[in-house]
Design a protein around this ligand. Structure first.
Ligand code: NAD
Length: 351
């Protein structure tokens, strides 16, 4: 039978150094002994390490799963085996000392007596709009360490998915990316390891300059003839703007014929003119076609920060919304770079 330990063996200290260190430290210190925690993060094999750390801390944890994703049945079995309580989101109610949330879903049905920690941008925006919160609300999205997951982790996952689904070498292919935000930046980084032909369409003038400063070809979305020619010239086209239907609304479908098409955004960015079979992974965010859309080394620091923010709140009980403190954010980025053989300069040059 799989246990937490089996997953700490699957994701060893090289792949999840933060989780390994946190479990060891929390076993010794029991920093959350006697506290109750509701935990709403996509329930996958990787999340089990995060939950194991909370259990080791002495807290009583109730795990649930966000509404927008299907939970892993294996992960559910492990929770049962480990004696960790599980409740479907619709049934989770009542008061907890801490809510560890994703997408601000818990606040609709649970009360936080000491604090809330939010993982995502959407959730952080919702919590920020709440007036008169009488507990601290810490966002781990408003941090630099989040880019390790969103930029590098998603970029690597999108690259890995396209190479696996396309089954042809990427070397020297002409890649066109729409959007140079956090996700587009990571995608460009990973494809640039294989081909010098990276073209990026952007709206934002500052992002256009940034694209050029990295040695990629920048194309303004406000110059439709330039975009048309870049589309016709590309071998692989990837969307990462976050805008639904963008390509159907702005460009002609015939220009995309014979190209490898993939969407990285949460919305269907190719849109109504394109059928599921036109786009890799049936139009879903392409990395979600993989068993592990984001690899453990990129999830490890954000999982760590999401748990660690409880300690931040226990030290600073000021009510209201705030990001995770900068010192902790910087320390985590530094340690991540050290563990994974990046220099800080390389990270700074990438995002
Ligand atoms: N696949 C995944 O695992 C994954 C992970 C995280 C986020 N996402 C999704 O990826 C999408 C992008 O996220 P992000 O964090 O990079 O967003 P972002 O806001 O940081 O970046 C989007 C970029 O697109 C640019 N843009 C806007 N309109 C454009 C246009 N018409 N043409 C070209 N560029 C345009 C913006 O200027 C911006 O720089 C979102 O849908 C997000 O939910 C997916």
């Amino acid at each position: 039978m799989n246990s937490f330990q089996s997953f700490f063996e699957r994701y060893d200290i090289n792949s999840a150094p933060f989780m390994h260190q946190m479990r060891q430290d929390y076993r010794r210190r029991k920093p959350f002994a006697g506290l109750t925690i509701a935990h709403n993060v996509p329930l996958t094999a990787t999340t089990l390490l995060k939950v194991a750390c909370l259990k080791a801390s002495g807290a009583s944890v109730t795990v649930t799963n966000p509404s927008f994703i299907t939970e892993s049945s294996v992960a559910r079995e492990v929770l049962t085996y480990e004696g960790v309580q599980y409740a479907p989101l619709t049934e989770l109610k009542g008061s907890f000392d801490f809510l560890l949330d994703c997408g601000a879903e818990l606040i609709q049905q649970c009360q936080a007596m000491r604090g809330i920690v939010e993982l995502t941008r959407t959730g952080a925006m919702r919590y920020e709009q709440l007036k008169n919160t009488d507990v601290p609300v810490v966002s781990v999205d408003d941090t630099r360490l989040k880019s390790l997951e969103t930029c590098l982790g998603t970029g690597e996952g999108v690259y890995r998915a396209i190479t696996e689904l396309h089954r042809e070498a990427i070397d020297n292919k002409k890649v066109l990316i729409f959007g140079f935000g956090k996700v587009g930046t990571g995608i460009a980084y990973y494809f640039a390891q294989k081909t010098p032909h990276i073209n990026v369409v952007e709206m934002n003038p500052e992002r256009l300059s940034l694209i050029e400063s990295k040695g990629y070809q920048a194309i303004s979305a406000e110059l439709p003839l330039h975009v048309e020619s870049a589309i016709k010239d590309a071998d692989i086209i990837i969307t990462a703007t976050g805008i639904k239907n963008l390509l159907s609304l702005s460009y002609q479908k015939k220009w995309f014929k014979g190209k490898v098409l993939a969407n990285a955004g949460a919305e269907d960015e190719f849109g109504f003119n394109f059928s599921k079979k036109d786009i890799l992974a049936d139009k879903k965010p392409v990395n979600f076609a993989l068993e592990e859309p984001t690899l453990m080394p990129f999830l490890d620091p954000i999982f760590y920060a999401h748990n660690l923010a409880i300690e931040d709140i226990l030290c600073d009980k000021t009510a209201g919304f705030r990001p995770l403190n900068r010192a902790q954010d910087q320390a985590i980025v530094q340690q991540w770079a050290y563990h994974h053989d990046w220099t800080l300069e390389q990270l700074n040059n990438t995002f």
